[in-house]
Design a protein around this ligand. Structure first.
Ligand code: ADP
Length: 592
């Protein structure tokens, strides 16, 4: 900006100087010309006057002394040097030099012209007087005959001196103007470049995305207008940048919190973007992915091959990706080519959707159907077998008839239980089970449960005890709560040998209660602990079936506990006994 100011000032001064110098030269020339013109016409008039009053007789007589007096008189009155020359060019008299010393003047330009009857003028250096001189010569007539020439000479030194004075004056004026114009020029340049400097500073700030600074230039000129436009532009840019940032944030929030994984690969095969879900699915960190080539990042051949296919054919595709490390995953993978506004290929977007859980549930469902059919088939086959045997004649033997009918009755009861449990489970799973939540006095609930299992306890001689505080009340559906404890206590009785013990422990926390249904039974092997809550899962199939179990009891308990927003888990030592823990919330606002 300093350079611009300097250039402006220098340009301004240069133009003024040039104009002044041209004007000065022109003025000096004009002055000199005018001075010489005026001088020559004055000399011409004087010469004319002299020619009229000239005493020509002295010339004819060649009276040199009279002529000399005459030229001296004229010279004294007119300040010019006067010379009288005859027709042959011979000098007859001169006011400053002796005529004898002067050479023939016939060839002098002004004399030549005057001898032709005209006024002759010449400007040249005089060797006689050693000065630049202006000569004016007029013809001299004696009775209408050309007799000679009267020449007047005047040194133009004066004119030269005047011109020099003029030059000096002009130089001083030039110097003053130079100083003045330098000052004014620099002020004007500063006035012009100052706002431009401010504008440049703000523009520089804008490029660094600092929008706070504003240009304060008042007025109506173009620069003020430019400043206003820049301020407006800065405000607009700030707004747009804010909007872009907000949009970017929204987009990044959406991408970050998306359940699906998103990966963007550019046209050179480098990963540009990867969200959290994609990193979780592929078990990689952001640093493992961003900026790296997809081929060096993923060891999975399928994924690499699909990306290559999209690169080659520029067409989207969808496939199921199987990952095995660090855990087995099934990922629904969609790949699509990306194009810019000119339809040029710019990369590939990959969307990953972890469907392991969906696939697992699908498997559970199909397993359930297979298991349920299998479970139902056993009592139905048994019923049919015994019915057919009866019809084939066994019904006529009373003893057989009685025992077979008892078996049929037991199997149909089992069938009934199975169907009831399956229906219960599917109702709970489909969330169709409506809970009637009310404050439940836990001691009364457990007392009701004990009444229900009393005969079983007595049959096996099992001791039962419970440590439930008398004032413990929790918000729950009482019937479902009873169902939970009946299932757990019935299991405890079932899997505990005769004369064993079953008891309930209670741990009351601030807002939660943990109940533990404990027994001194057979226990559950370690490897089965995780699976006992699965449908139809039995540790010992033969024993469970024999005791009339459906394999659905714990699955139902788990669902019921979870529908009360509680938790269930088990601890067990094989051969020593099991503890089933149920954690429930005392006040369950979620139900209200
Ligand atoms: P079942 O109708 O067969 O009892 P459950 O779903 O109630 O089905 O239980 C699943 C399996 O968990 C049972 O078959 C049994 O092997 C095991 N189990 C449940 N409770 C106990 C317990 N208190 N002690 C030992 N094993 C148990």
């Amino acid at each position: 900006m300093k350079r611009l100011r300097f250039r402006l000032t220098a340009g301004f001064i240069l133009v003024i100087m040039l104009v002044l110098i041209i004007l000065g030269i022109y003025n000096a020339k004009l002055f000199e010309d005018t001075y010489i013109d005026t001088l020559s016409s004055r000399l011409e008039k004087e010469a004319m006057l002299i020619s009229k009053s000239f005493n020509w007789e002295s010339m004819i007589r060649k009276d040199y002394s009279t002529l000399a007096r005459q030229v001296e008189t004229w010279s004294a009155s007119g300040e010019a040097r006067v010379t009288i020359i005859d027709r042959e060019g011979t000098v007859l008299a001169d006011s400053e030099v002796s005529y004898q010393e002067m050479e023939n003047h016939r060839s002098r330009a002004e004399v030549v012209q005057a001898l032709q009857g005209e006024t002759g003028t010449s400007l040249r250096y005089s060797h006689t007087t050693s000065k630049d001189t202006i000569y004016v010569a007029v013809p001299l007539y004696v009775k209408e005959d050309l007799a000679g020439v009267i020449r007047l000479a005047y040194p133009i030194q004066l004119a030269k001196t005047k011109v020099h004075q003029l030059w000096l004056g002009q130089f001083v004026a030039l110097l003053i103007i130079f100083l003045l114009s330098s000052y004014i020029g620099s002020r004007i340049a500063k006035g012009l470049t100052g706002p431009i400097e401010k504008i440049t500073e703000v523009a520089r700030d804008i490029t660094r995305q600092r929008f706070g600074t504003k240009i304060s230039i008042e007025g109506k000129g173009e620069i003020a207008e430019l400043a206003r436009v820049i301020n407006y532009m800065s405000e607009n840019l700030e707004k747009q940048m804010r909007q872009i940032r907000e949009n970017e944030k929204k987009l990044s929030d959406v991408l970050t919190n998306m359940f699906s994984g998103v990966i963007l690969v550019d046209q050179h095969g480098h990963i540009l973007l990867s969200n959290r879900a994609s990193q979780q699915i592929l078990n990689k960190t952001q640093a493992d992915l961003i900026g790296r080539s997809y081929s060096e990042v993923t060891k999975n051949l399928d994924l690499r091959q699909w990306i290559e296919e999209v690169f080659r054919y520029k067409k989207g595709l969808r496939n199921e990706l199987h990952l095995y490390y660090p855990e087995e995953k099934i990922v629904d993978t969609s790949l699509a080519p990306l194009f810019d506004e000119y339809n040029a290929f710019v990369g590939v977007v990959i969307v990953l959707h972890d469907i392991t859980e969906i696939r697992r549930l699908e498997k559970i469902r199909s397993d359930f159907v297979a298991n349920a059919s299998h479970e139902l088939k056993t009592p139905v086959t048994s019923i049919r077998g015994f019915t057919e045997t009866l019809l084939d004649g066994a019904m006529y033997e009373e003893e057989l008839l009685h025992s077979f009918l008892q078996i049929i009755n037991k199997e149909s009861e089992r069938l009934q239980r199975l169907i009831d449990d399956i229906l219960d489970l599917s109702k709970i799973e489909q969330k169709k089970l409506s809970l009637e939540v009310k404050p439940c006095h836990m001691e009364s609930i457990i007392n009701d449960v004990i009444l229900h299992v009393q005969t079983d306890l007595e049959k096996k001689g099992i001791q039962f005890s419970s440590s439930i505080p008398g004032d413990l009340v929790i918000e729950a559906d009482p019937d479902r709560l009873k169902q939970i404890f009946i299932n757990l206590i019935v299991n405890a009785i079932q899997y505990t040998p005769e004369n064993g013990k079953v008891w309930i422990e209670t741990e009351v926390k601030e807002d939660k209660v943990i109940f533990a249904v404990c027994d001194t039974g057979v226990g559950i092997p370690k490897q089965d602990l995780r699976r006992v809550f699965e449908r139809f899962y039995r540790v010992d199939k033969a024993r469970s079936r024999h005791s009339g179990g459906t394999g659905l009891g714990l699955a139902i308990v788990k669902h019921l506990v979870e529908s009360h927003h509680g938790r269930i888990w088990v601890e067990s030592v094989e051969g020593k006994g099991s503890k089933f823990f149920v954690e429930l919330t005392k006040e369950n606002k979620k139900f209200s």
